[in-house]
Write a new protein. Sequence first.
Length: 462
Amino acid sequence: MHPLEGAYTRTAKIALVNALDSRALGELLYGSRLLPNSFGPVHGRSFLYGAWAASRAQGGTGQSALPGFLSSLCGGWATVIASDARLRFCQSCADVGYQSALFQIDALSRCPLHGERLRDTCPHCDAPTPRYALTVEGFQSPMQCTACGGGYASAWDGTACFERWGGPLDVRPLQRLARRLQAWESLAVQWPTVSSWIDTPSPDAAGRQRVHVFQALGMLSGLAVLDHGQDSRVSQVKSSCVPCQRPPPRQRERVAIYKSIRRHIMRRLGLAGRGNRFTFSEVFYRQRVNEAVVPRRSSCPAPLHALVIWISRCEARPPAPLLQGLWPLAPDADEPRVRLRTPLLLWPIDVQVSDNVWGHFVWRSFLEDLWTARQWQAAVRPLGEPFDQADREAPEVKANRATFLELLTAWTPRLSPLMETFSSGLSHFTWEEGRGQRQLCLVWTRRFEGAWHDESGTAGPE
């Protein structure tokens, strides 16, 4: 066994040099029976987090596998920056009998030792690898494909290949990464919203979330984010750090901040005058159950769609006023009384922040809704107007309607103020600094298309 070698290959080697079957070996090493694969986000016998094995590992042989758990480096952060859904390995590392738990980190797309792309499929038949956990499927024939039976590398042919289990010659790049993770374990960080932070509703949303968490923790610890093998398609994480203030929020001041931002947005949309009212039902459709708002026509400007989502998310008013149209901006006496939703007014619930930071969060919330509106518009534009076609029974129209409804199902949480009080593209965490002072960091994904552009340039809040 070698430095920073993962618990998976450590256990696989022990299994191959023993005559016991895999079930008996699991009981002998960890005092736990092997579990089948599961669809949970973290497997019950995951090699990412070793709490289940630490108190049960038997003797020196069982204890030798514990340093291979990712949690031995970064503690509880292991399950929020890495996945055990599939075993990930570097082909060149596997050829010398080596795999590291660090390879399970989603932000790591290539092996730091060889520069090769990490794979999670069989090199012979492309079948998916088993979970990175102590499973029946993975250890009946360790490091061999459960579909075709082929070994994942030349060092894994179902026998104890002592001469090939030499390990990599230089693991210093992995050691540098390991030192970063060890620094995170001592961070006094509270991140209550990390589980609900979803960059975009897509099949790989959880993976992208883990990448962003990794990058945010790298910034917090004062270290550069992972630069070797980082997937260039993944947006970076931007953070805004300010001291948390103790005075309670003042409703009047925050309502004034919100109204100022709203006036700014509406002026940019040309909705500042009395003559610019429109009938909501002619432009938008709102689902009755969850109040998700979508345009009736694909030609609806994305900023206008974003404004309606944002107002619905921010203001504690019944939907009826929106049905009559958007109100004039001036004078203020002509505006309906604004009453903000309580969760927004008191954001964040766990700590209290200055009105300036709160206003920054409100503005970022609009930019998130603007990104959502743009993504929705781009997704449905190729479908035409499937619900306005005369021949609704035409195969193409029916297919477009089905696609539209599938997209709506996936995007409904981001379009509904009832399902997401705050946009899931925003997150925050706090940590202790200095003399017990708690700092807050607002985290969002830097979206290259997220800035608000028009003919005159880029706009920001007042």
